[in-house]
Design a protein around this ligand. Structure first.
Ligand code: BGC
Length: 247
């Protein structure tokens, strides 16, 4: 199958589109709805169904979701409703939307896209995509193979956890200058590097469009690049993951 519909569920928005797998680009409109509040499983499933209906899609779908997902069960819920914990997400979405859904962590999905089509393409060794949005997500790949559910946003940092200080939401909430934010992000990346020693870090999420505003504040010893797929990495990567599951 050369095209697949994929959806990226975030703490703020639910985005979807049909992806051409040979190029890693969207070949349909990019549909976006606000994430329902509260983001209960049934409300999110209904919104996903709207995206699918808008694009008139009947086949398998890919989907990225902001939770640790192990054997299709959600095990965490930092930026979505706590009732997701313990939910069999594959079952819920597949039954509600009457199709087969292939689901992985949203940042793992973004990593898939960057490694296959973007800044991590043909890079050997450890490549970590870091998604800075409502939370902080991470997708770690070793020689192109995913190590799922590495949650760097939950690392202890300062008085709390990293995503409370270094996410894009934290930057906006605290109205930080780019210099202040760049400094905090650098402190966090140096800490992450001490643990993972990745060969390449790729900054993804909406903020990646503004990469040049903060990249100058990052330690030059770290190999940090801007995501190539910018806002669509989550969608494109979920499509790529789904197509892999179908083989
Ligand atoms: C979640 C991760 C997710 C990230 C980005 C974090 O709060 O724990 O699973 O990947 O946000 O959405």
């Amino acid at each position: 199958m050369n095209q697949i519909l994929a959806i990226d569920v975030g703490g703020t928005g639910i985005k979807g589109g049909i992806v051409d797998l040979s190029t890693g680009t969207l070949v349909s409109d990019r549909i976006k709805y606000l994430t329902p509040s509260p983001a209960l499983p049934i409300s999110v499933a209904e919104t996903i169904n709207k995206v699918i209906a808008d694009l008139d899609w009947k086949d398998d779908i890919g989907m990225g979701f902001p939770s640790i997902i192990s054997d299709n069960i959600c095990l965490s819920a930092n930026n979505i409703d706590k009732s997701w914990i313990g939910t069999d997400i594959k079952n819920l979405i597949s039954e509600h939307c009457n199709l087969n859904a292939h689901i992985l962590n949203d940042a793992d999905a973004a990593g898939f896209a960057e490694v296959k089509y973007g800044s991590g393409k043909d890079v050997n060794g450890k490549v970590m995509t870091i998604t800075l949005g409502t939370g902080i997500g991470s997708g770690l790949f070793i020689n192109g193979t995913l190590v799922p559910n590495i949650e760097i946003g939950n690392l202890r940092f300062r008085d709390s956890i990293a995503e409370h200080y270094a996410s894009n939401a934290a930057r906006k909430r605290e109205d930080m200058s780019w210099e202040t934010y760049g400094g905090i992000l650098n402190e966090f990346l140096v800490y992450v590097h001490r643990i993972f020693s990745a060969d390449l870090y790729i900054i993804s999420g909406g903020i990646s469009k503004k990469f040049e505003k903060f990249s100058g504040f990052l330690d030059s010893a770290l190999n940090v690049k801007q995501a190539l797929l910018k806002n669509n990495a989550g969608i494109v990567g979920a499509a790529s993951y789904a197509s892999q599951q179908l083989k």
